[in-house]
Design a binder for this molecule. Structure first.
Ligand SMILES: Nc1ncnc2c1ncn2[C@@H]1O[C@H](COP(=O)(O)OP(=O)(O)O)[C@@H](O)[C@H]1O
Ligand SMILES: O=c1ccn([C@@H]2O[C@H](COP(=O)(O)O)[C@@H](O)[C@H]2O)c(=O)[nH]1
Length: 214
């Protein structure tokens, strides 16, 4: 088999800790491999034809909110050892900015996002599918804290959005996609417990001979 980029997908609810775990994993693997992290959120569709108040009403938790064709194209390019220009998404304006970030060839690509395992075309590219399993109530509390601190939201706006779209879409699309995971990791207690479990499983499940370390 040709050596090519090994792709790890980390899926799960908003607030389950995907992004935190992806970056911890990157830190752990970096001494030995070149690693890049990609976020499914970067591929939210451009919405510059809508006003801010219209953009606030978008259902960001439905699979169609993401430009899946671009996500899949860029995952395929990275897996084939090419560079890509990844879009930059701004949660405060609810729009893709004009900037892009260059992501170059890497040995291990970690991609994280709520709906990755729902997407058949993504599943076909991924070498190891991970689902982060955390009770909804825990995810919601984390999301409130994070979105108020980092994404320009109020507690009330987070709760309203959760009731209208985030919760229902989680139950319809995200939670059912757990069946596609090679590995389910709980992350409702100590962060270190989750990363240790993930690393332990990775050591036994990833065939590192498959990764081009030359
Ligand atoms: N195991 C954990 N225990 C407590 N808080 C956590 C844990 N994992 C992540 N968090 C916090 O929860 C919030 C959401 O985490 P994040 O990684 O952004 O989740 P996601 O990418 O799944 O939406 C962040 O503020 C993060 O610091
Ligand atoms: O403009 C936006 C775009 C996305 N969201 C919410 O983000 C989460 C997914 O990101 P996580 O980092 O996994 O939380 C999704 O649930 C969307 O509701 C948003 O609120 N506004």
């Amino acid at each position: 088999m040709d050596k090519q980029t090994f792709v790890i997908a980390i899926a799960g609810a908003s607030g389950s800790g995907k992004s935190s775990l992806a970056h911890r994993l990157e830190q752990e693997l970096q001494p030995w491999f070149s690693v890049s992290v990609l976020n499914e959120d970067a591929y939210y569709r451009k919405q510059d034809g809508l006003t801010l108040s219209e953009r606030k009403q978008t259902n960001y938790d439905h699979p169609n909110a993401i430009e899946e064709s671009l996500l899949v194209e860029q995952l395929q390019e990275l897996k084939a050892g090419k560079s890509v220009s990844v879009p930059v998404y701004d949660y405060t304006t609810h729009d893709r900015s004009d900037a892009t970030v260059e992501v170059g060839p890497c040995q291990i690509l970690i991609v994280e996002g709520i709906l990755l395992l729902h997407r058949e075309a993504v599943r076909e590219i991924v070498d190891l599918a991970v689902y982060i399993d955390v009770p909804e109530s825990v995810c919601l509390e984390r999301r409130i804290k994070r979105d108020v601190a980092q994404r320009g939201r109020t507690r009330e706006s987070v709760l309203a959005q959760y009731e209208k779209t985030v919760g229902p879409m989680y139950r319809q699309f995200v939670a059912p996609s757990k069946i596609y995971a090679d590995l389910v990791v709980e992350n409702d207690s100590n962060r270190e417990t989750a990363i240790e479990r993930l690393l332990g499983e990775l050591r036994s499940r990833i065939d590192m001979d498959h990764v081009d370390v030359g």
